[in-house]
Structures are given as C-alpha cells and as structure tokens.
Ligand binder design. Structure first.
Ligand SMILES: NC(=O)c1ccc[n+]([C@@H]2O[C@H](COP(=O)([O-])OP(=O)(O)OC[C@H]3O[C@@H](n4cnc5c(N)ncnc54)[C@H](O)[C@@H]3O)[C@@H](O)[C@H]2O)c1
Length: 259
C-alpha cells in the first residue's frame, strides 16, 4: 500500500486531465485492466470496460465505469461493445489488455489446440481490437497494448505465451508506423510479474506445494511486489499528452527484473 501513497503525493490527476476523453478497456473486470480503468476514471475519462465475465459489470460500476459484455475473440461482441463506447461521442483511448496466460509447460507436450487458443486471444483478438478501434478513432487517439516481459525473450515452459507477447510488441511497432500519420499513437507495456487474480490462480498450485509466492512476486531488484496500479500509472502516462511524442514503444514495468 505504501506505493499508492507515493503516487498520490506526486498528484497524478493534476498532471493528467482526460476530461472529455472516451476510453475502452478490454479485460477490465479485474487485475491490471481494472486498475487502469480506475486511473482513467480518476483522470476524468468516460470509461467502458469490455469483459467476458458478467461479474465485471458490478466491478465496473463500483469504480464509476460503464460495462459492455464482450468476448474479444467474438467479432460481433467486440463490434457491439465498441458501438457502446462510440455512442458516448467517439473513441479516444483503447487499452488492449484482455489476455490469457495458462501455463504453457514443456514445448514437447504443447498441443496445437493450446497454441491456437493462446494465439487466438493474445494475438488475433488483440489485433482485431486495435483494428476496430483505429477505424473509429480520430486524430489524437491512443492505443496501449498489454505485452509482457515474457515477450522480450524466451524461457523454459513459456514458449507459446512468450511468442504471443512477442507478437504484441511487434504489432505495436507496425501499428505505430501505420497510424502515426493519422495522429494515433500505439504503445505497449511489458509488465513483469504482477499480483492479480489471474496470477494468484496460476501460482496457487505452487503455493499449495509450499513455495512462498509473495517472495516470487517480489523477485526483482527493487524487492517490491508488482501491483496492478504500478502498471496503471504507466498506462495513464502513455495515453496522456505527457507522452505525445511517444509511439511504437514498449515500456517495461517490472521493478528491474529484466534489468
Ligand atoms: N499479471 C501479470 O503478472 C502480467 C504480466 C505480464 C503481462 N500481463 C498481461 O496483462 C493482461 C492482464 O493480466 P491480469 O493479470 O490482470 O489478468 P487477469 O486474468 O487477472 O484478468 C484478465 C481479465 O480479462 C478478462 N478476459 C480474458 N479473456 C477475455 C476475452 N477473450 N474477452 C474479454 N475479456 C477477457 C477476464 O475475464 C479478466 O477479467 C494480460 O494481457 C496479461 O497477459 C500480466
């Protein structure tokens, strides 16, 4: 909680005013997406959370955001959700956050169905979100894609996930080149391990096996457990005018884990 106090002391909302901006956050029902949506609301934006989990509706209401039930892999649902946002007058900010990270495991055991699902959500659907958003955005728009430090390199037992996030980093650069002339910036965030419900689910078997997962989450040079709000503050910077000359960039938010 100490890090929240630091952010409040620097007066983020005095630096960044998103009043009048309309934002769409995929997978904003919990975790990183929820924290980003909360910061966008705090900065004055009208925020719609798109999530496949119906429980996200109450979570969205609790932070003052709207909700559009939406599985980003289903084009009709994605279209309908974006229509909800644009009906508020337009679309300025998209946080392309929804993603999955089931344990990949040894590459010799990975099935085609697993690879297909991983790439379908994390690459194909994220691509669709960016494309449909770009079609609706005006000059001054901003897209932030959620990549991962896993996408910066490789590693044992993470091959499919790592490849999907490497693709996100690559798409971010290509989209920035294509959309820059239209005044739309596209950046990515590569978080290290962040304590979210999704990560807690994934680490539960380790915890049951006696591994100290708190220590695992804080395994970085700063020794701080990564929190969703660490990522949210960086997302807020990237979508704001403070970053008006920044596009095609992948910003690492990992407490120095990859330093
Ligand atoms: N938590 C981490 O350590 C970490 C690290 C690096 C990158 N990331 C990336 O950040 C993003 C968010 O991670 P998180 O830990 O907050 O996840 P999470 O699992 O805690 O939450 C993900 C949210 O996305 C929603 N979602 C999943 N698939 C969806 C779909 N097809 N359509 C719409 N909504 C969908 C879920 O319902 C959930 O509300 C992901 O892209 C993830 O890969 C997370």
């Amino acid at each position: 909680m100490a890090e929240r106090v630091v952010a409040e002391a620097v007066g983020i909302t005095e630096l960044i005013d998103l009043t009048g901006k309309r934002a769409f956050v995929t997978g904003g029902g919990q975790g990183i997406g929820m924290a980003i949506a909360r910061r966008l609301v705090e900065a004055g934006a009208v925020v719609i959370i798109g999530d496949l989990d119906p429980a996200a509706q109450a979570a969205a209401a609790a932070i003052g955001a709207g909700f559009a039930a939406c599985d980003i892999t289903e084009p009709d649902q994605l279209d309908a959700a974006l229509d909800v946002v644009t009906s508020a007058g337009g679309l300025d900010i998209v946080v392309n956050n929804a993603g999955i990270f089931p344990t990949t495991g040894p590459m010799i055991d990975v099935t085609d169905a697993f690879i297909h699902r991983m790439l379908d959500v994390n690459v194909r659907a994220q691509f669709s979100v960016a494309r449909e958003a770009a079609r609706r955005m005006q000059h001054g728009g901003s897209i932030v894609n959620l990549a991962s430090i896993a996408g910066l390199g490789g590693g044992a037992n993470i091959s499919a996930y790592s490849a999907s996030k490497a693709a996100v980093i690559s798409l971010t650069r290509s989209f920035a080149n294509e959309l820059g002339p239209r005044g739309i910036r596209v950046n990515a965030i590569a978080p290290g391990i962040i304590d979210t419900p999704g990560v807690q689910d994934q680490l539960a078997p380790l915890q049951a096996g006696g591994v100290d997962i708190t220590q695992r989450i804080a395994a970085n040079p700063l020794g701080i457990a990564g929190q969703s709000d660490h990522v949210a503050r960086v997302a807020l910077f990237l979508v704001s005018e403070l970053a008006e000359f920044v596009t095609g960039h992948t910003l690492i938010v990992d407490g120095g884990a990859t330093a």
